[in-house]
Design a binder for this molecule. Sequence first.
Ligand SMILES: NC(=O)c1ccc[n+]([C@@H]2O[C@H](COP(=O)([O-])OP(=O)(O)OC[C@H]3O[C@@H](n4cnc5c(N)ncnc54)[C@H](OP(=O)(O)O)[C@@H]3O)[C@@H](O)[C@H]2O)c1
Length: 246
Amino acid sequence: MEKKFGLIGLTVSHSFSKNYFDEKFFRDGLRDYHYDLYELKKIDDLNQLIADNPEMCGLNVTIPYKESVIPLLDNIDENAKGIGAVNVIKVKDNKLSGYNTDSIAFKETLTRWFIETTNASAIVLGTGGSSKAVQQALKDLGITFKLVSRNKDKADFTYEELKNSDAISECNLVINTTPLGMSPKTDGYPPIKYDQLTSKHFVYDLIYNPARTQFLQKAEMRGASIKNGLEMLHIQAEKAWAIWNS
Ligand SMILES: NC(=O)c1ccc[n+]([C@@H]2O[C@H](COP(=O)([O-])OP(=O)(O)OC[C@H]3O[C@@H](n4cnc5c(N)ncnc54)[C@H](OP(=O)(O)O)[C@@H]3O)[C@@H](O)[C@H]2O)c1
């Protein structure tokens, strides 16, 4: 029986999710399974997408809809509700249930790579859907953090305030959850003071395309340990697959 899965977002051509699931379905002999990219101009178009595709079983959600999708769901699991963001939807009997696999995937990748949990402190750039998942993971791990936003009301620092502080020098983990530097606009990078980074810093970019963003390159030039979002993407995708098959 044909089964459909896919990714919804405003622009999705940068995503590796289709390749990931196409290869998985091929490897596992799931010839009637399809994974497609769906660009939605507005999140309300999700209802029409579900109506047009009765074979739809599951969706991933990406920028900028991880928070705005919540009112369209019939159910949301406790974990995703607590985080306030959904990156996985299971479709069953025309009902949509929301989950969050970003947070656990980020937590797993962080604990494998960044071992300094005592006295660890982080700066998180951005306050959107993936930032909320990262914040939950940091709380779970007991890592204190400060948020940076373009909007003064949403965070501890604006980028201007961050530049005029020692917050980067004083932390040992910097995480980019903004889309700055993501393909196709690969010239972009978060406006922070890169000369405050040193070899004591761990710098994590959730972006995986390109593999080495300007943000990571600048951090590496300062001697920091760097990590991109590819491993997180794979782990969250496997966890989404488990949810769709549960
Ligand atoms: N590796 C993975 O598995 C994985 C998982 C999730 C997300 N991601 C990546 O993470 C990024 C964000 O995704 P998301 O779903 O969290 O998006 P989102 O919900 O739209 O949030 C992005 C946040 O970034 C900040 N931002 C947006 N445009 C900006 C700009 N021009 N300058 C500075 N800040 C800006 C905003 O925060 P403020 O308004 O507070 O400034 C915004 O809330 C994307 O590149 C996505 O591909 C990767």
